[in-house]
Design a protein around this ligand. Structure first.
Ligand code: MOS
Length: 740
């Protein structure tokens, strides 16, 4: 693989190129799109979680002012199921199209949709649709492992050696159960769909982390070829995984637009966000560790069960990281599903790894306590040489340095191990640590770059910027390759009509776009050199393209700075508006025989303060050290880690979707009652990047930073809580009652 080690722009703290658009309000989010004749749709949501519709009376709603139509199962028109997904094509979580039948499988399932001239009219009419139900008792048991209710037998996910034997003969053991409640993604931007249909083509303005997949899924659902669907997401008010795959409101809006031949906007309300656009499922995990007296692991066994919905099979994959994070001869990971009457769960930031590492890293802390060993030392002791599950080398792993650097920055050497032994200003301190990892990958990507007579460049890719800085990163890559300043590079993303780009998921956009964009820029440069030697009046006329180079935005004879002619001038002389090139790169995921184990690594150190007199717990300080390859742009990279740390505080201390056992309704379905960490909860956050380029992944050595910052945080915090209070909280979130 090529290695690009020197760059004036890669690795440089560059301002976000989309910043001015965002702060001035000019950035167009999905629900900002208005069209003449626009109508508003409001869904009618089931008020039971299990049963069926016995009658649906729309007469009153249809008579209300401004109402244009009320759609339900019998008049919505054809909406098809989607063929099974393969690779990254045709993915969606809730496989049943909306309004397909009269059976109710979760609270909030759409049973009808009202279309009206204003959103208020649509909402009022939706509330006037009379639905009666055959109500059954929902399956809402919060116990997952071993529940008699529809729990599917755990299946083997990863195995080596014989954990049962190792656990039997272990000198030291941990055997604990950890639970995580359902967590709901709450990006500030609500899910929204604005559908425009001209009788042939659908143009869908969507909140999507994957416009190309969204197009293909909606084309299937609507029964039209993909060329007749265009999905646009220019800006996203974040998604955290909740916007990766299409949700039912998108098909509903498109069907309404099709039926009425008018543009239709459907914005999912905050309440509905808790019902029908995914969540991280409730999860129970049992972790068993076996170790020698010197702290060397002899077995890891992880058994997890996550809830899923009645029709679909969402597997949280909690064993994602377990097989390769530590060295152990014996390992077993199993995972099972517990079907419940809930909306379909989906990926939430760091799916699998984040809940999995909460359990595993908590268990490691418990092991350290049992061994009376420093938890950093315990992890250093169990560092593997290779990926022992795949028996292949790591592409680039610096876990030890994450731990030792973090320990140094945190001041870990001053820690006294005894519970409650550390005090400051009348507060009890607790210190905790956790290791973390997240996959690194490239997925298949196409991109195009155009060099223009006005001196600017345009780079286009059918990926999207979900707030992480993708616009800026693409500008940096093109600037690096062409020498054109970032400010003169127009980045075009978020449109399924563009060359097919990666989903904004898995933290792999930057790694994926890098090779394709570099190649596209190089190919555009080659076309520019060809233009320079071919065009009349060109100073390079008659030369061979191989004698020239495109450097710093100029065409010149190789190595001869005085011969340089600006790109714009070359094109002006040739009377050509622009030259373009395309690039394409393959993915690393799903390789039959991967050569390297690609991951990012990190260490999380947390300090809590505990004030027993007033039962006040705060996360006071977090040090995070991340090994994510070369850091393309330290500013947005730091933002990603800081944001993830704050989200991790929410996971550890606050977040929990509460379902009413009787009705199956999420009851804390608003931003007042679903508590998330906010600015006032934010500790001092010290983020350090190790910055070892991973050239085995791509020429720039970049991996990705979107998710890893959330992994491990909750375990570092609960371990710190234990250190302060002596109470081991294994059921998130930590409640004050737990500590009294
Ligand atoms: Mo991320 S949960 O892959 O959007």
């Amino acid at each position: 693989m090529d290695q690009i080690s020197e760059s004036k722009i890669i690795g440089v703290a560059t301002r976000r190129v989309d910043g001015p658009l965002k702060v001035s309000g000019a950035a167009m989010y999905a629900s900002d799109h208005h069209f003449p004749g626009l109508l508003f749709a409001w869904p009618v949501c089931a008020t039971i979680a299990k049963g069926s519709i016995s009658s649906l009376d729309t007469a009153e709603a249809e008579k209300m002012t401004g109402v244009v139509a009320v759609y339900h199962r019998t008049n919505i028109g054809p909406l098809y199921r989607v063929p099974p997904a393969s690779g990254f094509s045709l993915i969606l979580d809730e496989k049943r199209p909306p309004l397909e039948d009269d059976e109710i499988r979760y609270y909030g399932q759409y049973v009808a949709v009202v279309v009206a001239n204003t959103v208020e009219q649509a909402r009022a009419a939706a509330e006037s649709v009379k639905v009666t139900y055959n109500r059954e008792k929902p399956d809402a048991d919060s116990k997952l492992r071993g529940s008699p209710l529809t729990t599917e037998k755990p299946e083997e996910k990863s195995k080596r050696g014989d954990t049962a034997a190792a656990l039997r003969s272990a000198k030291v053991k941990v055997d604990s159960i950890y639970t995580i409640p359902a967590e709901t993604h709450n990006p500030i931007e609500l899910h929204a769909s604005v559908a425009v249909y001209d009788g042939q083509k659908f143009t869908l303005y969507e909140t999507s982390q994957a416009v190309v997949n969204h197009r293909d899924v909606l084309a299937q659902m609507l029964g039209v070829p993909p060329e007749q669907v265009q999905v646009i997401t220019r800006f996203l008010g974040s998604g955290f995984g909740g916007k990766l795959w299409p949700w039912p409101q998108s098909a509903l809006a498109a069907a309404c637009a099709r039926n009425l031949r008018r543009p239709v906007k459907l914005v999912v309300s905050r309440q509905m966000m808790f019902q029908s656009v995914g969540h991280r499922p409730a999860i129970e995990q049992r972790i068993q560790l076996a170790a020698d007296l010197d702290g060397r692991l002899t077995a890891i066994e992880q058994e997890y069960v996550n809830h899923t919905s009645m029709l679909d099979d969402y597997d949280e994959g909690c064993g994602e990281i377990t097989p390769f994070i530590y060295s152990t001869p014996n390992l077993l990971v199993t995972g099972g599903l517990a079907r419940r009457n809930v909306g379909n769960p989906t990926a939430m930031r760091g799916p699998g790894a984040v809940p999995g590492l909460f359990a595993l890293e908590s268990a490691m802390d418990e092991l350290a306590v049992s061994l009376k060993m420093d938890p950093v030392q315990l992890r250093l002791k169990n560092e593997p040489e290779i990926d022992e599950s795949l028996k292949i080398p790591f592409s680039s792993r610096h876990m030890k340095e994450c731990l030792t650097t973090g320990a140094e920055r945190f001041g870990w050497a001053n820690r006294t191990a005894e519970v409650g032994s550390m005090k400051r200003d009348g507060l009890t301190l607790g210190w905790g640590v956790a290791a973390c990892a997240w996959l690194a990958a490239r997925t298949e990507t196409e991109a195009s770059v155009e060099l223009k007579q006005d001196g600017t460049a345009r780079v286009a890719c059918g990926t999207q910027d979900i707030g992480g800085g993708t616009y800026t990163v693409l500008a940096q890559i093109v600037s690096h390759e062409t020498g054109i300043p970032v400010g003169k590079i127009d980045v075009v993303l978020g449109d399924s009509a563009l060359p097919s780009g990666p989903i904004s998921g898995g933290s792999w956009v930057t790694a994926s776009v890098t090779p394709a964009v570099l190649e596209a820029a190089r190919n555009a440069g080659q076309r520019l050199l060809l233009t320079a030697v071919k065009s009349e009046n060109s100073p390079f006329k008659g030369r061979k393209p191989g004698e020239l180079e495109f450097v710093g935005g100029m065409v010149r004879l190789k190595g001869q700075a005085q011969s340089a002619v600006p790109m714009a001038e070359v094109l002006r002389i040739a009377k050509i508006n622009s030259v373009a090139g395309t690039g394409k790169s393959a993915g690393t995921l799903g390789a039959a025989k991967p050569e390297f184990s690609f991951h990012s690594y990190g260490a999380q150190f947390a300090e809590v303060t505990w004030q027993p007199e007033i039962a006040r717990l705060r996360v006071n300080r977090v040090v995070t050290v991340i090994d994510a390859g070369r850091i393309m742009n330290p500013r947005p990279a730091r933002n990603q880690i800081e944001g993830a740390v704050v989200m991790g505080i929410g996971m550890a201390l606050f977040e929990e979707t509460m379902y009413d056992r009787r009705s199956g309704a999420p009851v804390n379905n608003n931003l007042a009652d679903y508590v998330m960490a906010v600015n006032a909860d934010t500790p001092q956050i010290d983020v350090a990047f190790l910055d070892y380029p991973d050239y085995k992944l791509n020429a720039l050595g970049v991996r990705g930073v979107g998710e890893i910052g959330l992994a491990g945080i909750a375990a570092a915090i609960t371990s710190a809580v234990y250190h302060a209070t002596g109470i081991r909280v294994r059921d998130l979130p930590v409640r004050i009652e737990d500590l009294l």
